[in-house]
Design a protein around this ligand. Structure first.
Ligand code: COA
Length: 167
């Protein structure tokens, strides 16, 4: 499925092999959109009006990639939007790891990268709308649920918030 049959085994979380970087080029942003399309389009069918939104232009995007013989393989992504809400809270969205690379710390690495950027920018609170299957994933990263659960395209969601450490 991932097209790496026969290739040397990769352990993304060992030895710092996984790279997470801020998206600064058209090529990296294209890779982000392809990851979103595969996860939120092909897999979850939660989007059909495209995998971008108007906030993408002013947001901070993360791209996680693994070194492979051919170069770098994009495997994960996420987006941070500063001053997203009325109280100045930041918001994380579009967090995704390719299905065949899950459970190896990639999503956590992307989240830590986005949270570090939020903390550095002085955001006192980061919120996100979590799919409830991922509540534990976000809980481990310091997020706590608030408000009611709600459905989007048949997938249950829950708002979660994480104050800046020491705030
Ligand atoms: C949620 C998601 C980004 C996690 O990515 P990942 O690369 O698998 O995350 P990690 O490997 O860093 O997971 C860290 C831990 O959280 C756990 N975890 C990850 N996703 C989980 C889930 N959906 N439910 C429960 N636990 C989960 C992992 O088991 C892992 O635990 P471990 O360290 O004890 O093994 C990935 O499952 C995904 O892309 N899902 C589809 C899209 C999605 O739901 N995005 C979030 C929208 S709110």
């Amino acid at each position: 499925m991932n097209g790496r049959e026969g290739a040397a085994p990769i352990t993304p979380t060992a030895g710092g092999q996984l790279g997470v970087r801020e998206v600064r080029t058209e090529a990296d942003f294209a890779a982000v959109l392809e990851l979103r399309r595969r996860v939120f389009g092909d897999e979850q069918r939660i989007v059909d009006a495209g995998v971008t939104d108007p906030e993408d232009e002013r947001a901070f995007h993360a791209l996680a990639a693994l070194p492979v013989e051919e170069g770098a393989l994009p495997v994960g992504t996420g987006r941070l939007l500063l001053n997203a809400g009325r109280q100045g809270e930041a918001q994380i969205a579009w967090v995704a790891t390719l299905p065949e690379w899950r459970g190896r710390g990639i999503g956590s690495a992307v989240m830590r990268f986005l949270l570090a950027a939020a903390d550095e920018a002085g955001a006192s609170l980061v919120v996100l709308s979590a799919q409830t299957h991922a509540l534990d994933f976000y809980h481990r990263l310091g997020f706590r649920p608030y408000g009611h659960r709600f459905m989007i395209r048949g997938i249950e969601h829950q708002w979660m918030a994480r104050p800046r450490p020491g705030w």
